[in-house]
Ligand binder design. Structure first.
Ligand code: URA
Length: 237
């Protein structure tokens, strides 16, 4: 037995808060009877009808999406910019696991499995993320050393797992660095480089653990297989 609003939300019909509203407004029946008391429990097997529609348990879907630059990694935007939902042709309530900045492109997991998403976003479960950073200016050994030692952002020291200089263009005065981190604070990579005096020109998330962008073009996605989901669970336990 589970709370009715939880069953409705997990079916993908609407958010839990909206489900509570619908219950209070006599819009929900369980096995033919109106239920308008919050906290009432039901079985997923019960015949639950919301606003005339029968609720069924939603299949879980998991995608790896190659987010393009200039796309918001949320499901809606108050400034009417493109969101990841513009790329998914589905009526499922999908949402991204974590965030990539508007101008960052690369790998992001998108799912309708709220429990899975929350688990991955918990600080103790952060997955390994590989970023390719193009910065203005010449990155030298000193800058790499500083990054490796860790950079304090909002009074917390962020220590990358790996920092590697990939390329320096002395004519264009730009550098490309690979940086691997586990934690996922807002704008973490950009801030790390800013703190040591370099402006990030382009940022790409190349990989989340074993999930790389092979076979995907910007704006495309693929299903994450059940075997891969199992592997993700094994990585955080
Ligand atoms: N770090 C950033 O600064 N931006 C991102 O989008 C991801 C990590």
């Amino acid at each position: 037995m589970e709370r009715l609003q939880k069953i409705i939300a997990e079916s993908g019909y609407c958010s839990r808060r909206k489900a509570e509203e619908l219950i209070k407004n006599n819009k929900v029946t369980v096995n033919g009877d109106i239920v308008n008391i919050l906290g009432t429990k039901a079985n997923v097997g019960d015949n639950i009808i919301v606003e005339g529609k029968t609720i069924s348990k939603e299949d879980k879907e998991y995608y790896l999406f190659y987010k393009p630059r200039g796309v918001i990694s949320s499901t809606s935007d108050d400034k009417d910019r493109k969101t990841i939902m513009n790329y998914f042709n589905t009526n499922k309530r999908l949402y991204p696991v974590g965030r990539l900045d508007y101008n960052t492109d690369g790998a992001i997991i998108v799912t309708n499995d709220g429990e899975f998403a929350n688990m991955l976003m918990h600080p103790k479960n952060e997955l390994e993320k590989v970023y390719i950073v193009k910065v203005k200016g010449i990155i030298d050994g000193d800058a790499i050393r500083k990054l490796k030692q860790g950079i304090v952002i909002n009074r917390i020291k962020c220590i990358p797992d790996k920092v590697k200089l990939r390329k320096v263009d002395k004519i264009k005065k730009s550098s490309i660095v690979e940086i691997v981190i586990h934690d996922g604070k807002n704008h973490e990579v950009k801030l790390m480089f800013e703190r040591i005096g370099f402006l990030v020109d382009k940022l790409k998330r190349e990989r989340i653990e074993f999930l790389n962008l092979d076979g995907l073009n910007s704006g495309e996605y693929r299903r994450i297989t059940p075997k891969e989901i199992k592997k993700i669970y094994s990585l955080i336990k």
